[in-house]
Design a protein around this ligand. Structure first.
Ligand code: NDP
Ligand code: 2IT
Length: 445
């Protein structure tokens, strides 16, 4: 496999799709060896086929605001690869959304979903719609208009969307309502549904819980636990919230959270009511964390900065892509942080990942660490298919086992001769092999 030739070709075909090209390069770099050892992959054109999505749907989403003004946003669904099962992956509503970001997320999702042990392929979608400051009625009208196009290409055995940034339980409800009306059927076409109409217990917490279960396994390789550890978290969304709850449960102390406006440092620890306050901040749709420091005066707000300058043992980036750069990575390690587990998708830049690997600290990439969210979506699909609901403990136990199993897989495929675990390599190689072998079995399609 000639990596540079493949990347040059891809750059020519998709100029400027920075995030997508970044994600493809990262995966190809770590699977190069295993591809070269398996000439059957080359013969079947696996790499050329896996790096391009099966199809991309782009559509316009017109909607009317509360003042009667018409707006038009762009909607997308990227169906990347369905070798292992129906396309599966979230919908992101954020003004930064473009095709490159959704292709990067869809590509990552293939390998993440493969790691979960469940039969799900990879996809992603979303819109450049900005939910910030919108009323519930505006969000509802937008979701309904979005679904008027999306419903044509999704279905419980075809493509099963879920939430991501800007898409939580409320949006899934509006999307599901419109789908049900159009299709005239009540089935598990979206995950993250409300509990009384097909949702699974633990799904809202699952990504954050899963990330902390994974980090717990990482710490265990050093004979350590979360007990007494200081933890920096970024973001204040769904993933950050779940992670903060679980870190507290395991005896750790969360001292930061962040938003686009800056970060909060709370030396007394973000626990109990303070975690629930995060939900209020998110629900306000205002995109700011500063009010936390007014509500809890022991906390400080640092405008326009990221939390990576705060001394900690464990860092959990849970906001968005490329939010932790080389300088941040050096600062974290210099301050004694030795375990970084990515709750978000690709939050660390390639240069930051290089720092973590050079300094031989524990570094878990998003596609392994945050796989608990989609894994629990998979469990929601199973419950929908069986038309029953598992108990909270049952879902949590399955999630916990899945995260332990993903960690074991990463260790198996990522441990080098010196005993250092390269979790990036482990996750990419294991995720890839399963999909590549399924593609071989299914012929050139
Ligand atoms: P939420 O919308 O609940 O929260 C996202 C957080 O990131 C918010 O704090 C948000 O603030 C912030 N954020 C988003 N974009 C930017 C940006 N460009 N710059 C700075 N901050 C930003 O989303 P989730 O918690 O669901 O998602 C967080 C991360 O976890 C994402 O990378 C997502 O892909 C990933 N993830 C989510 C899963 C899930 O099940 N929800 C599963 C696996 C991964 P704001 O909105 O104000 O900009
Ligand atoms: O990035 C992700 O894995 C998600 N946003 C969750 C996807 C899902 O289908 O639950």
């Amino acid at each position: 496999m000639n990596l540079e030739q493949i990347m040059n070709g891809l750059e020519k075909k998709h100029p400027g799709e920075v995030e997508y090209l970044q994600a493809v390069r990262e995966v190809l770099e770590s699977i190069e060896e295993v591809v070269n050892e398996n000439p059957q992959f080359e013969t079947a054109g696996i790499i050329d086929r896996i790096i391009e999505p099966d199809r991309v749907l782009t559509f316009k989403v017109p909607w009317v605001d509360d003042q009667g003004k018409v707006h038009v946003n762009l909607g997308y669904r990227v169906q990347f690869n369905n070798a292992l099962g129906p396309y599966k992956g979230g919908l992101r509503f954020h003004p930064s959304v473009n095709l490159s970001i959704l292709k990067f997320l869809g590509f990552e999702q293939i390998f993440k979903n493969s790691l979960t042990t469940l039969p799900i392929g990879g996809g992603k979608g979303g819109s450049d719609f900005n939910p910030k400051g919108k009323s519930n009625n505006e969000i509802m009208r937008f979701c309904q208009s979005f679904m008027l196009e999306l419903w044509k290409i999704i279905g419980p055995e075809m493509d099963v969307p879920a939430g991501d940034i800007g898409v939580g339980g409320k949006e899934i409800g509006y999307l599901y309502g419109m789908y049900k009306k159009l299709r005239g059927e009540h089935h598990g076409v979206l995950t993250g549904k409300g509990l009384s109409w097909g949702g699974s217990l633990i799904r809202p917490e699952a990504t954050g819980f899963g990330a902390v279960y994974f980090a717990k396994e990482m710490l265990a390789t050093k004979g350590e636990t979360f007990e007494g550890k200081t933890v920096c978290i970024s973001g204040f969304g769904n993933v950050a919230w779940g992670a903060a709850i679980k870190v507290n449960e395991l005896g750790g102390k969360v001292v930061t959270l962040s938003g686009p406006d800056g970060y909060i440092y709370d030396p007394e620890g973000i626990s109990g009511d303070k975690i629930e306050y995060m939900l209020e901040l998110r629900a306000s749709n205002q995109d700011v964390v500063q009010p936390y420091a007014l509500e809890f005066p022991e906390a400080q707000f640092f405008a326009g900065k990221r939390p990576w300058e705060v001394k900690c043992d464990v860092a959990l980036p849970c906001a968005t892509q490329n939010e932790l750069n080389e300088k941040d990575a050096l600062k974290l390690v210099e301050n004694g942080c030795y375990c970084i587990a990515e709750g978000a998708n690709m939050p660390s830049t390639p240069e930051a990942v290089e720092v973590f690997h050079d300094k031989k600290v524990l570094f878990g990439p998003g596609k392994a660490v945050n796989a608990g969210g989609v894994a629990t979506s998979g469990l929601e699909m199973s419950q929908n298919a069986m038309k029953l609901n598992w108990r909270r403990e049952e879902v949590d136990e399955r999630l916990h086992h899945i995260m332990i199993s993903i960690h074991e897989t990463c260790v198996k495929y990522g441990t080098n001769e010196e005993g250092y675990i390269d979790y990036v390599k482990g996750a990419n190689v294991a995720g890839f092999l399963k999909v590549a072998n399924a593609m071989l079995d299914q012929g050139i399609i």
